[in-house]
Design a protein around this ligand. Structure first.
Ligand code: GP9
Ligand code: MN
Length: 615
């Protein structure tokens, strides 16, 4: 085989390398990425889309000289394989594709680093075998064998360019919205191929800052006009918590399935189970976060805007003007806003972003007594966190809005024996098994916190909001979760697992379970309703959950959504109740509103449009 190779021209060698990379890409696309194949066109796109750009890129090996530059060719092979493998590992963990902004905030991305080895498979070695063969051959062969004629160069580049153009055209035939729905990354990678996707994504990231320069006040008015049409109906509950302190607890990685769920005969969340009986318990609230995880949840609650499709707003646009919950509470009722978290203050760029969001005070790791004894995983354990926070809470002026971010229940869900209040579950999945123990610990910490507040007389005059920030058990571990819950594997159950608990507790108020569906973006208007604050002009995409129309879609950042009876996910429409595939037409009536809301929200963030309308 190598004998034959030696007789090949430079052009053939380049084609062989491009061909190897193409084959690897196609194999990884079919075997490694779990793409939804809707039609034959999808298969054509997956096979065809990588070729053009691979030809163009491999052309670098000869374009600047008479011969193929063997080193460049080899580097391309190594880098191309490396990127593909990186994509594969990232996909195995996140079931998603990496974006340029997330690469700049990897310090803040929990999970991947702790488990990279776990994500690898012995079969992966097959991706690298060719590197040794080609590498050895290139070293052994003299470069004068690999001359490339000028004419061939032109043909080569022209073929690559035509194929890239063809790929783009076919991608647009598949979906005319391909480039206006760049948040649908599966669609992008499927249609353009991984390499084109990465190049396009880098260009998007690089040009994003320009969007702020070219907008005017009239763009701002046009974009915010739509938000004034959001509902503003009043109910009897309007103002029942008027003037009260607000304590918001972000329950790290807590999914709704833990509520009223037993493992080995024991409740996972005994305290929360009691609390929901005396609270407004919203049982159909979906996690709408994206790559910004906790920071995305915070962003939605505080601003009522959608998070970004790639990266975190906290990191990408921290200097923007926002009209956040602290701003509204201060403007209308002279609240004091503080936030409490037992991790480094720079994590998720919070130290900068909290100023833009209008917080008066940020109590972070440096304000707590954090020792090896009382911390685990990302930082201070939740029980000492709440214990130490109470002293600060006593000192801040009333009425206050105090936000507490818990931390212990974070992947990979580590806990010491002495903090374990419940036995691990016994599914095939260690992550799921450990998860119940850290959620149980979180529950204990909240029980203690409430107890202390009651003892100190700080409970009665407070409204409490507790909500899960995002999933703990990612899609990768969904099998283990199905095993724990005895659920069949289907889209309906998968979507149910994406729900996070939302509990609003107003002391003295009778409890009620509310099954209206909504998302984290709806938390703010719901709270403002209870506080008796008009929220019509607050530039938010959220709806008051006491009046929300169940058929208004709950929109996710990748363009998928849940409507009253249907789920739209990976470009397919499903019956919400049993997860069966239904005609795409059933989902079509919602497409426009989903696209419109995501686009408007992005325009507001990238254009920093609120600077024109908020005084
Ligand atoms: C860390 C906390 C957890 O400060 O916000 O981060 P996450 O990975 O959930 O975003
Ligand atoms: Mn989180």
């Amino acid at each position: 085989m190598l004998g034959n190779l030696e007789k090949t021209s430079g052009m053939k060698l380049t084609l062989i390398v491009a061909g190897i990379l193409w084959m690897k890409t196609v194999i990884v696309s079919f075997v490694g990425f779990d793409f939804t194949i809707q039609s034959f066109l999808d298969i054509v796109l997956i096979v065809l889309s990588p070729i053009g750009s691979l030809l163009l890129v491999s052309g670098f090996s000869f374009y600047f000289g008479k011969r193929v530059n063997r080193l460049i060719l080899f580097v391309l092979l190594v880098v191309g394989t490396g990127i593909l493998y990186g994509d594969l590992l990232y996909y195995r963990f996140y079931i998603d594709f990496v974006t340029a902004p997330i690469l700049f905030q990897f310090d803040n991305v929990g999970g991947l680093s702790a488990s990279t080895v776990e994500l690898m498979s012995p079969w992966d070695i097959l991706l690298f075998i060719d590197l040794f063969i080609i590498g050895w051959f290139l070293i052994k062969t003299k470069s004068n064998k690999f001359i490339v004629e000028k004419k061939s160069k032109k043909k080569f580049i022209a073929t690559g360019t035509i194929l890239v153009a063809l790929t783009v055209c076919l991608g647009l035939v598949k979906s005319i919205h391909l480039f206006s729905e760049t948040y649908d990354r599966e669609q992008m990678v499927k249609s353009l191929g991984p390499l084109n996707y990465h190049l396009y994504d880098i260009a998007l990231g690089a040009t994003a800052p320009l969007k702020r320069i070219f907008v005017t006040e009239s763009d701002a008015l046009a974009s915010t006009e739509y938000l004034q049409t959001k509902d503003s109906k009043r109910t009897d509950l309007f103002g029942i918590a008027k003037g009260k302190n607000v304590v918001l607890i972000s329950l790290e990685s807590t999914q709704d399935f833990v509520i009223n769920q037993k493992v080995n005969g024991e409740e996972i969340t005994p305290f929360l189970n009691d609390l929901v009986k005396d609270s407004f318990y919203f049982s159909q609230i979906y996690d709408q976060t994206a790559q910004g995880k906790t920071s995305d949840a915070e962003f939605m609650v505080d601003t009522g805007l959608y998070p970004l499709a790639s990266g975190s707003v906290f990191v990408r646009r921290p200097e923007n003007t926002f009209y956040s919950l602290p701003h509204i509470l201060k403007d209308t009722k002279d609240y004091y806003a503080a936030t409490f978290h037992g991790n480094e203050r720079t994590f998720w760029n919070r130290d900068v972003m909290y100023e833009s969001l209008g917080y008066d005070k940020y109590f972070s790791k440096r304000d707590y007594n954090v020792t090896e004894e009382n911390s685990i995983n990302y930082g201070l354990k939740d029980i000492p966190f709440f214990q130490q926070s109470v002293e600060y809470l006593e000192e801040i002026p009333e009425p206050y809005y105090a936000k507490f971010l818990t931390l212990t229940n974070h992947f990979p869900f580590l806990l010491e024996e002495k903090d374990t209040f419940i036995e691990e579950a016994n599914t095939e999945d260690e992550v799921v098994n450990r998860y119940v123990t850290t959620v149980r610990y979180l529950d204990e910490s909240i029980e203690k916190f409430f107890k202390t507040l009651k003892e100190k007389g700080m409970y009665e005059d407070t409204v409490f909001i507790l909500h899960g920030d995002h999933y703990g058990i990612s899609e990768k571990y969904d099998d283990g979760l199905n095993e724990l819950l005895g659920d069949e594997e289907n889209v309906a159950n998968y979507m149910k697992h994406q729900q996070v608990p939302l509990i609003i507790h107003v002391p003295g108020q009778e409890g009620e379970t509310i099954t209206t569906q909504g998302g984290e973006i709806d938390i703010r208007p719901t709270l403002l309703h209870l506080l008796g604050i008009k929220s019509e002009n607050s530039y938010s995409f959220g709806h008051n959950l006491f009046t929300r129309d169940n058929d208004h879609p709950v929109i996710f950042r990748d363009g998928s959504f849940v409507a009253k009876n249907y789920v739209y996910k990976d470009n397919m429409c499903y019956d919400k109740n049993d997860g069966t595939i239904v005609d795409l037409q059933k989902c079509e009536p919602y497409f426009e509103i989903v696209r419109h809301e995501l686009e408007l929200s992005d325009n507001i963030i990238f254009g920093d449009l609120l600077r024109f309308v908020v005084e």
